[in-house]
Design a protein around this ligand. Structure first.
Ligand SMILES: [Zn+2]
Ligand SMILES: [Zn+2]
Length: 260
């Protein structure tokens, strides 16, 4: 979509299927103004994150492309980092060692369980309890001060798992913490292609974000070049229906506002 940003994309260095340069070509062909790569960085040894020893390779590749394509598109250096409670100091050291433009903090684990890929433990708790556990981790991630953006805010719904009772208070408490700690929420359009078939966050939570004055950015969570800026027309329409007139861009961990 012409003039837009896509702030969440994965390359072959983590669990994506295309190289950075292939993704840059696609982003240029789609008319985007700005993209941010955000390969997974995870303190646990998992096969879908970049190995910590390969981080300098990621840095070098992104810096090369930033200058090579500077006349055609702005390329930002982001990372998507898994939040683990109690490991803030280790996370801080890793993040501070990388010259990033922004950091997405995501919760994919409850304890050792990766609920994002492994469906075996759904049903262990009531869904209300599961939501409480998940959003409490999101709250701690926001309070850690480590991140600029909260990744896919309500990803716990991915496999169409929904709370038994109204959880508005839990959602509002979380969004107020996100605001108080000065974070940005991404409108991640990738959720549309997952079983939940809805943006993350969905319209209701996005509306709450607006009501509590939480700024947003826009992203596709592309794992392949063809997924860059997917579902953007309806996402931009939704944002403007809710009342958003601008989204956030990042450079060297500073923000600027971009008109929608
Ligand atoms: Zn994620
Ligand atoms: Zn991602």
């Amino acid at each position: 979509m012409v003039g837009m940003v896509d702030y969440h994309m994965h390359s072959i260095l983590s669990d994506g299927q295309d190289t950075y340069e292939e993704m840059v070509w696609t982003a240029i062909s789609k008319g985007l103004d700005e993209i941010g790569f955000t390969d997974h960085v995870c303190l646990k040894p998992v096969d879908w994150a970049i190995r910590l020893e390969d981080i300098p390779v990621m840095t070098e590749q992104i810096f090369d492309l930033k200058s090579k394509y500077q006349d055609q598109i702005k390329i930002r250096y982001g990372i998507e980092v898994d939040y683990f409670p109690g490991r803030e100091e280790e996370l801080k050291q890793v993040i501070e060692s990388i010259p990033v433009d922004y950091v997405i903090g995501s919760v994919h684990f409850i304890g050792d369980w990766n609920f994002d890929t492994d469906q075996s433990l759904y049903g262990k708790w009531s869904n209300d309890k599961l939501y409480e556990k998940y959003f409490s981790l999101v709250q701690q991630a926001a309070q850690s001060g480590l991140f600029d953006v909260i990744g896919h805010l309500d990803i716990i719904k991915k496999f169409r798992v929904y709370p038994e009772s109204n959880q508005d208070k839990l959602f509002e408490d979380t969004i107020k913490i996100i605001r108080d700690y000065n974070l940005v929420v991404e409108l991640n359009t990738g959720g549309m292609d997952r079983p939940c078939a809805e943006y993350t966050p969905g319209p209701r939570l996005l509306e709450m974000c607006y009501r509590y004055h939480v700024p947003v950015t826009l992203s596709s969570d592309a794992h392949r070049a063809v997924q860059i800026a997917r579902h953007y027309e309806s996402a931009v329409y939704l944002l403007s229906q809710i009342g958003y007139t601008e989204i956030v861009g990042f450079n060297a961990r500073n923000r600027r506002m971009i008109r929608l």
